[in-house]
Design a protein. Structure first.
Lengths: 415, 415
């Protein structure tokens, strides 16, 4: 084990998933040097793509490259990474202090340019693009972060037209996505911490009271427990009971959990910047076991478990994302339940809850060690109930590396 | 008082700001008929603007027009409101159940078109635009929601080019914004409920322990209390202590609150869909009063209070947004502190935390009854400390109608 690996393992082991654990682990693992290296790789990618610059708004790309989690508000905050020269952060005057405190700015790797409430930040973007564009050639175009709001994109395009000649805009995921998709050992440790933390919440909820509570009340408990277990954000708490368990993205409602309900519990948050996301399925029998799981439900659950396992077994470097999806789907199809599994098998995860690589038909991306994604087949009978099993996994050196460790069986509980 | 006003008042009075109160009040106040009327007004606005359609992604516009709070994820969900014919919601197959349950869909005012994981939703958008475009004239263009992600906009524009001739894209705030900006009596009641709920949190925090706690720990308590007081989302909890109070958008950190600290407490969330947002300033003297507020700080705080009051006194129908900003600024400028008030005086609030109308120089929009916005001057001394006072207000029939009622004096606390 290298010194760095030993350091990461020790930091991970020391981090109890309690209050603030995610942020603390992040601060230990990812320092200014990491951001400098990422920024340098991003500039290389800009040049490889033949672009003048990438323009990144608040969100995951900016956080990945600078450590700055800018507020998602109507004032522009924009990281400009030009083909030549140093990156610039264009930032509202009233957020200059916060931005300057972030690692890449503190480390001197990014210069800040501030603007006041009645200034035009879009002209500043156009100026930065022009200053750092490709020398000795016509302007080629820019890439913008995938989640940049249209209110910014439309005004940036107008400013670029006014100030220069750039007319082509593409999505930055084609440029930056490949950097973010493969997780470093440090990022893997944060995802592992996120998995360990969310598992404690699954254990608490599945061993606590459910019968007679509303979905909303269970969801509230989930959110509090996610925070207590070190998540800085509790992003979602899907508690789908009875017929609601057949609606994959149902969140939570005022429905009261009753005996004979199946429950899909799909929860996650942000832990040191990185997402957790796991799903377990529950059956509530009533206090005297009066409504046990139906034979149909149990039969479908066994199919689902084999589907999940088949996808897990299939993961290794060199196999395609779509073949992992196919492995999960084949089991459910063979059981005649294919029409009831109507979503992809999984999504990548990292600084975003859903990101590349997607585990879906048509995605021929080949897995490499460090790819992080969910495996989450589901079977849903509309109006009746449904079930899903979800783990976050890393593609390891030779096999899958699961980050969730609660049991994958159906949780049959009395009350 | 009309029957409807009496009904709203009674529903508001009956709603104790406890767990789930926001959602319950929303369900009581805003029914399918309201959405039908809003959709009809939106179609009129599309025609008035000479557009073929507005295209609204997840977010406030969609929620305003349909009651559907779609998940903010990478699958497209899009409400197409064409110049002619009925609106269509294009929605992922796995979210069809949720979407169909929302008021406007349940009421039959919007038809749902679903798509599977490997289908092309952008072609569906282009088809819907073409089907409902303006008859007997060339295509005119579309407007998209301001916060639509670039990953959607770029692919929608490509699909529109492929399927038709629309090349002009503008922002939907120019079309839908004027509908959302003036709050109905029902929306005003929800904002009032949000204000009442957040006030209980301010009272709890300012009368509880602060000395020796981290900003993060106080922020955690704020978030829990916001949820306990009926907010479905606790959006932000700015706890800026000591020098951090001089950074207006500082959130919270591991800094431990000490005697002699000023604290800016700026908190808010979502209550029945509508935002709360209030700021109060605190001074922590230490348990034996050992570090009272400095004379400089007290002097600046008095200026700030007069500035806030001047803006409040200025609000009435017919005055411009920029003149409210000027009223706040004049007091601070006259005291020689103008350079330390470097942000606008306020922002609109409703289904979004920040929306039109903005209270800022250059905004000549004239206030009308039902405009809802913040008044929040601040004075910041970099590296030392700062203070801000913020209320959400409605423009009433003849004067300001404040929605926050905690005292606006400096909260001087021992520990």
């Amino acid at each position: 084990m290298s010194n760095r690996s030993a350091e990461i393992t020790a930091a991970y082991a020391a981090a109890t998933p309690g209050l603030g654990a995610g942020h603390a682990l992040e601060a230990k693992l990812i320092g200014p040097a990491a951001y400098a290296a990422r920024l340098s790789a991003a500039r290389d990618a800009v040049n490889d793509a033949g672009l003048d610059a990438v323009l990144l708004g608040f969100g995951a790309d900016m956080r990945y490259l600078t450590g700055y989690a800018a507020p998602a508000l109507e004032r522009l905050t924009m990281l400009v990474i030009p083909a030549n020269g140093a990156p610039t952060l264009i930032v509202p005057r009233l957020e200059a202090g916060m931005a300057g405190d972030a690692p890449a700015m503190r480390g001197g790797h990014v210069a800040c340019v501030t603007f006041g409430e009645t200034d035009d930040p879009f002209a500043l973007v156009a100026t930065a693009v022009k200053a750092g564009g490709r020398p000795g050639s016509a302007a080629r175009g820019v890439a913008v972060s995938d989640r940049l709001w249209s209110t910014f994109l439309i005004r940036i395009e107008a400013a670029l037209r006014t100030h220069g000649s750039i007319t082509q805009t593409q999505l930055a995921s084609h440029v930056i996505g490949k950097l973010r998709m493969v997780k470093s050992a440090e990022e893997a440790a944060l995802l592992r911490g996120a998995g360990r933390a969310v598992d404690t919440v699954v254990m608490a909820i599945t061993s606590g009271k459910l019968l007679g509570r509303t979905e909303n009340d269970v969801a509230r408990e989930v959110r509090e427990r996610l925070n207590g277990a070190g998540h800085e954000v509790s992003s979602f708490a899907i508690v789908g009971s009875g017929p609601n368990s057949a609606s994959p993205h149902h969140e939570a409602s005022s429905r009261v959990i009753d005996a004979g309900d199946a429950i899909v519990l799909d929860i996650g948050g942000v832990f040191g910047g990185y997402g957790s996301d796991t799903t377990r399925s529950i059956w509530v029998t009533g206090l005297n076991g009066e409504v046990p799981p139906t034979d149909d439900y149990l039969r479908r659950y066994e199919v689902l478990k084999r589907s999940h396992q088949a996808a897990m077994d299939h993961v290794r470097p060199g196999v395609s994302c779509e073949s992992v999806d196919a492995a999960a789907r084949a089991v459910i199809d063979a059981a005649g339940e294919g029409a009831r599994f109507f979503h992809r098998t999984g999504h990548g995860i990292g600084l975003e809850e859903h990101e590349d690589p997607y585990i879906v038909a048509g995605n021929t991306t080949k897995l490499v060690p460090g790819h992080a994604f969910s495996i989450e087949p589901g079977i849903y009978v509309e109006g009746v109930n449904g079930a899903r099993i979800e783990d976050i996994v890393l593609c390891g050196d030779s096999a899958v590396d699961a980050l969730n460790h609660t049991k994958r069986d159906l949780y049959v509980v009395a009350g």
